[in-house]
Write a protein that binds this ligand. Structure first.
Ligand code: OAD
Length: 277
């Protein structure tokens, strides 16, 4: 039965906790699976987005140049899917853990913003006020809770002509090319601030992520198939520098061969068990 197949392996949890407790520096790499329990679709599973849609028609610079309205329609639809979703127990456990201890770098391939929202909620609870982080004796936010977003964000846009880049949560009118969002500085077409196939990843994010991978004694990999590079290279680089890998994923992945401890369970179950105080 499904729930038995994915029941939590207590011994693996114990070993994983021990590895994380001993490690001074940990790099965490997450993928779509960490948000699956929040209701966000993954890309390559049975119901995955790339089973029903062709990435080359929707997620490349060529597709946007050819038909910006179609590409915006796809991103507007994904925003609508994600907007009502809430961080789940895995996002919250990661944010709490990164706040409790030093030496955590959280790297995500996800564009849903759920790690950041989990970190924001935790901060408000600790600090009392959202606009005065760490005030009133609350716990100040540690940098580790803020994810490095390797693939950008669904809720930011950038200009196709000038360096303009903004948060953007407004509904997008995709009825025609003329109704698409325009840059408030120069008037050119705006695009989602996500990384498309064939594009480089944001260089500073990539540099920080690989630096953390090279320094880490442990690497926690959650909910990624590990087939998209350079992101998956965070885990392989960490392993190559001697980090011990822990994987949380109901299925074996391209990274499982490097893994010391595998938790074959859903993120919302396994991550809190690994990271609870
Ligand atoms: P994938 O869809 O390739 O993989 C999702 C992984 O999550 C699979 O290994 C699943 O077994 C696992 N999974 C499913 N449900 C889970 C759960 N409840 N808990 C834990 N794991 C679960 O997604 P990614 O590896 O994130 O890039 O894909 C990488 C990149 O490919 C994405 O960032 C996106 C995509 O094309 C861009 O758009 C640039």
């Amino acid at each position: 039965m499904e729930h038995e197949r994915h029941a939590l392996d207590r011994e693996a949890v114990r070993r994983g906790r021990e590895i994380l407790r001993r490690a001074e520096r940990v790099v965490v790499l997450t993928g779509a699976g960490v948000s699956a329990d929040s209701g966000v679709p993954t890309f390559r599973g049975e119901e995955g987005l790339w089973k029903r849609h062709r990435p080359e028609e929707l997620a490349t610079p060529e597709a946007f140049a050819r038909d910006p309205r179609l590409v915006w329609e796809w991103y507007a639809w994904r925003r609508e899917l994600v907007a009502p979703c809430e961080p789940n127990a895995a996002h919250r456990a990661l944010a709490d853990w990164a706040r409790r201890r030093d030496g955590v770098t959280l790297v995500t391939q996800n564009v849903d913003g759920l790690h950041g929202r989990a970190a924001d909620v935790g901060q408000r609870t600790d600090a009392g006020t959202a606009d005065r982080p760490g005030a009133d004796g609350g716990t100040p936010r540690r940098a580790g809770a803020d994810p490095i977003e390797l693939h950008g964000s669904l809720f930011r846009v950038r200009c196709t002509a000038c360096p303009g880049r903004y948060p953007h949560r407004d509904p997008v009118d995709t009825t025609s090319e003329r109704s698409l969002p325009r840059c408030r500085a120069c008037g050119a077409l705006l695009r989602p601030d996500v990384v498309w196939f064939g594009e480089p990843l944001p260089s500073e994010a990539l540099r920080r992520a690989f630096e953390a991978a090279g320094d880490a004694e442990a690497c926690l990999v959650v909910g990624t198939s590990g087939v998209v590079f350079p992101a998956a290279g965070i885990a392989t680089a960490a392993a190559a520098s001697g980090a011990t890998l822990i994987e949380v994923n109901p299925e074996a992945t391209a990274l499982s061969g490097l893994t010391e401890v595998a938790l074959r369970a859903r993120a919302a179950i396994a991550v809190p068990a690994l990271l609870a105080p």
